[in-house]
Ligand binder design. Structure first.
Ligand code: PEP
Length: 252
């Protein structure tokens, strides 16, 4: 079902005590004030997931991982699987973030395997897609995103696809302080929805949650979230400051 979501991607930030402080602050501030129609997801580093789910027992947010492996178990040193996370009550996993595509060479095929693995274990993928600046300047941004969706997601059955959340994150906007304009975000979100309608059907497209990510903050969130096809945000830097993150959550 199409939901409004604000998810915080902490990336590789915070010590254990800082993480505890931030999660507690977010939980306290959201307590009794979270807009009812907005789902909040915290995606801290793996080693803080249990802390987050423990605190989350009574807190108004869900917990997501920043990555998963495509296998369930085995000789994959340093990796974490969806099968391990599900017992920690992790409900979501970010898959295909541009930093993982860039620094760890994650291919479309590998990402498809991760999506399958998440769905096998009942974890909802937050699938990231988006173009680089040269790709935008060369007017190839639609083509790039289309390939990302076709090669890593569109093998899913309609029923499986219903579990997927998409995050459109133009790479040039991530961590740069330069967000996509609301019009640019809307253009791409509408395009992604059309791709889904063409591949599956308009009803599935209408029910898919599509988040915007890339330098979203408390100043620009309201206008971005007001776009017809923008259902919320995947927030990096601004999710590390409780007041800022809460203010984004309340921007709908
Ligand atoms: C992200 O890492 O997904 C992200 C959107 O980062 P930032 O908000 O810092 O641009």
């Amino acid at each position: 079902m199409r939901k409004k979501i604000v998810a915080g991607n902490w990336k590789m930030n915070k010590t254990f005590s800082e993480a505890e402080e931030l999660i507690t602050e977010i939980a306290d501030q959201l307590d009794g004030t979270k807009p009812e129609n907005v789902e909040v997801i915290l995606c801290p580093p793996y080693i803080y997931l249990e802390l987050a789910t423990d605190i989350a027992e009574d807190a108004p947010y869900s917990v997501g991982a920043q990555n998963i492996n495509d296998h369930d178990m085995g000789a994959y040193t340093g990796e974490i699987s969806a099968q391990m996370l599900i017992e920690l009550n992790v409900a979501y996993a970010i898959i295909g973030h541009s930093e993982r595509r860039k620094y760890y060479n994650e291919s479309h095929e590998f990402l498809a395997g991760k999506v399958d693995s998440a769905l096998r274990h009942g974890i909802r993928p937050i699938f990231c897609c988006g173009e680089t600046l040269p790709e935008r300047e060369a007017e190839k941004y639609k083509e790039i995103v289309k390939t990302q969706l076709y090669d890593s997601l569109f093998h899913l059955t309609p029923e499986q696809f219903g579990w997927v959340i998409i995050a459109y994150e133009p790479v040039w906007a991530i961590g740069t302080g330069v967000n996509a304009t609301p019009a640019q975000a809307q253009e791409m979100h509408a395009y992604i929805r059309k791709l889904i309608a063409d591949k599956y059907d308009p009803q599935i497209a209408g029910e898919t949650t599509i988040l915007y990510g890339g330098s979203c903050n408390s100043k620009n969130a309201r206008e971005l979230f007001a776009q017809a096809d923008v259902d919320g945000g995947l927030i990096g830097g601004a999710s590390l400051i409780a007041d800022e993150f809460i203010s984004i959550i309340k921007s709908f």
